[in-house]
Design a protein around this ligand. Structure first.
Ligand code: AMP
Length: 287
């Protein structure tokens, strides 16, 4: 395709999606909330290599924000995102407005309770219901062959995989690795909320996870002892951080594990000033 299409209504998006599907084209979708960084771009570059038509969406989905969260302040720069989309070879940029995605009487929800009782689902009760619902809507509007998500939001990826499988949605779900700043901080649109002082200590979140990994590798298998060691590290190095959770979970079921006896996911969420930052590390089991 030549110039990038900008699609602003769900109806126009679905009309095009159905045309592409009838033509037998491979359509890749990268859903985002905008304010792009290298993490987003890595998903788009990967998708670009693997599809005929690349669609990226920018939609700050209100239903995945709880009361008191940062919905109204969520950073945005659509002009910049649009330029980056062109550079990445996006064919269609889908930027719906809130009122067209959700009618005032919207009342249908997709929930995946099994995977959302822990981690971010515990701290943000309506979050994954909003995510699953909007992703389901995006799949129906864009009709993609595959959609790409980042492993930074590991629990989100697990929820979307389960939803897609269990609702027989004909979309392949692809997960891609976390992209980090040079000092190890996981890239996030929310990193702009950090003051210089907070930004300086934020890489210790990743370092705490690396410490946990090294303890696992040296034979420590007890989750409580592992958590205590990392919490101590956080208290010493990120004194102004307020830990939301630090958990060792089964990477597939997202259930807390007491002993490391297989692959585990170490997941952390921390409030630092105005930001709530998340990170995780998948630790494959080694005998
Ligand atoms: P967001 O705009 O934050 O909703 O993110 C859109 C997509 O980009 C999601 O699939 C995220 O998991 C992914 N993503 C966000 N940050 C990163 C990162 N640092 N590395 C890889 N993927 C990311």
């Amino acid at each position: 395709m030549n110039d990038m299409l900008r699609i602003t209504t769900p109806a126009a998006m679905q009309e095009l999606g159905l045309v592409w599907r009838r033509e037998g084209l491979t359509v890749g979708l990268v859903p985002t909330m905008g304010y792009w960084h290298e993490g987003h771009l890595s998903l788009m570059r990967w998708a670009r290599e693997n599809c005929d038509v690349l669609v990226a969406s920018v939609f700050v989905n209100p239903t995945q924000f709880g009361p008191g969260e940062d919905l109204e302040n969520y950073p945005s720069d659509l002009e910049r995102d649009s330029g980056l989309a062109r550079e990445c070879g996006v064919d269609a940029l889908f930027t719906p407005v809130r009122d067209e995605m959700y009618a005032p009487d919207h009342g249908t929800w997709v929930t995946v309770p099994d995977l959302t009782a822990n981690l971010c689902g515990r701290s943000r009760p309506v979050h994954f219901r909003g995510v699953a619902t909007v992703v389901c809507k995006l799949f129906n509007l864009v009709q993609p062959t595959f959609a790409v998500f980042g492993q930074k939001d590991w629990q989100q990826l697990a929820v979307i995989r389960k939803m897609t499988r269990e609702l027989d949605i004909p979309v392949r779900v692809e997960g891609r690795p976390i992209v980090r700043e040079a000092d190890g901080l996981a890239m996030s649109s929310r990193n702009v909320y950090l003051t210089d002082e907070e930004r300086a200590v934020a890489p210790h979140i990743r370092k705490g996870l690396l410490l946990l990994e090294s303890l696992v590798r040296s034979g420590e298998a007890d989750a409580d002892r592992l958590r205590e060691a990392v919490m101590k590290y956080f208290e010493a190095n990120i004194p102004m951080g307020r830990l939301d959770y630090l958990e060792l979970v089964d990477p597939d079921t997202i259930e807390t594990v007491g002993q490391v006896r297989g692959d585990v996911l170490a997941a952390v969420a921390m409030r630092l000033g105005k930001a709530r930052l998340i990170d995780n590390m998948h630790i494959p089991f080694e005998r």
